[in-house]
Ligand binder design. Structure first.
Ligand code: UDP
Length: 325
């Protein structure tokens, strides 16, 4: 059985992926700094509280375990904070990835699946966004992820690194059985905030802008279920270990949903009213983002199982009512 190291495996998408891998024939070792991750989200004793800044601690993991590949989720991901504190983002996301790559190469581990983002595209020139859409990120978070994609390209040529970079659209939902879910502090994402407003945990949800050039005036995004993201990581890993070529892939449903449609869906699912305020646009939010998702389907044989936004929100609602962490 192949052993895989998942860094950032105690986070939202990481923890769902760890479970998917463990359930499907991989031995999994998890490393996470626990700055944002949750130990309770990791169902394995093979856990190391390690920051990627600490190369000795990382090396220790590689000398203890015979690692075949790495899945790399460890990153800071607050776009607004990245604008105010770019140094924090470039050190944590870029420099620490260089550390990880140094240690991988020292131990001759050359396969990596990377958590990238549609934020590397920046303001879209057209939709749906395919993988050859120009990449002009508009904030340090997106730039840090794009820099890492470029580093992989160079490391492939120079050192024979093999990679799959997965560019997620909007991750959403929680595991079908309610054991894993989204727990960010602070929470900034639309769906959990809408559900918290329904619960009364916050007073209301503010819709950021109603004057966009979209059918109902609110922003459109591509919400992809976290368990579908997890299955794509497992398939990407299978491919890499099978000797396939390095590639960058979008992970989305290919369907756009507006902020108002999310609010309506949340009301249908919970049978409760959402307290809504209508506010100004949030800086840096493009009107419409959704994926051309064909390449991931063709390359990985990946098909998202969650195709209805109500279904996605239902899993998030179950989690919100019964959060374990
Ligand atoms: N949004 C909103 N109110 C909020 C949070 C988000 O109207 O309190 C909107 C935001 O403008 C975007 C969409 O919801 O169009 C998704 O935002 P989120 O922060 O969840 O993800 P992002 O698209 O920024 O990655």
């Amino acid at each position: 059985m192949k052993k895989v190291l998942v860094v950032g495996g105690a986070g939202y998408i990481g923890s769902h992926t760890v479970r998917e891998l463990s359930d499907n024939g991989y031995q999994v070792v998890v490393a996470d700094s626990l700055i944002y991750g949750h130990r309770e989200a990791v169902f394995t004793d093979n856990f190391y509280q390690v920051d990627l800044a600490d190369k000795d601690a990382l090396s220790n993991i590689f000398s203890t375990h015979d690692i075949s590949a790495v899945i790399h989720f460890a990153a800071f991901a607050y776009v607004g904070e990245s604008v105010i504190k770019p140094s924090k983002y470039y050190y944590n996301n870029v420099v620490n990835t260089l550390n990880l790559l140094d240690v991988m190469l020292k131990f001759n581990v050359k396969n990596i699946v990377f958590s990238s983002t549609c934020a590397t595209y920046g303001e879209p020139l057209y939709t749906p966004i395919d993988e050859s859409h120009p990449q002009n990120p508009v904030n340090p978070y997106g730039r840090s992820k794009l820099m890492i994609e470029h580093i992989f390209e160079d490391y492939k040529k120079a050192y024979g690194l093999n990679y799959v970079s997965l560019r997620y659209f909007n991750a959403a939902g929680c595991s079908r059985d309610g054991l894993l879910g989204e727990s960010h502090s602070p929470e900034t994402h639309l769906i959990p905030l809408v559900l918290k407003a329904i619960k009364g945990e916050i007073d209301n949800i503010t819709v950021f802008g109603t004057d966009y050039d979209t059918p109902d005036g609110t922003c459109i995004r591509d919400y992809i279920h976290v368990e579908d993201l997890a299955s794509a990581h497992k398939l990407a890993l299978d491919k890499l270990l099978g000797g396939s070529e390095s590639i960058c892939l979008n992970l989305g449903t290919g369907v756009g949903t507006s902020v108002k449609e999310i609010i309506n869906a949340a009301e249908r699912v919970t049978k409760k009213k959402v307290p809504v305020l209508y506010g100004k646009r949030r800086e840096g939010d493009p009107a419409i983002l959704f994926a051309a998702a064909q390449l991931a389907h063709d390359y990985l044989g990946w098909v998202p199982i969650y195709t209805s936004i109500d279904d996605i929100i239902e899993t998030a609602w179950r989690w919100e009512l019964n959060k374990r962490f």
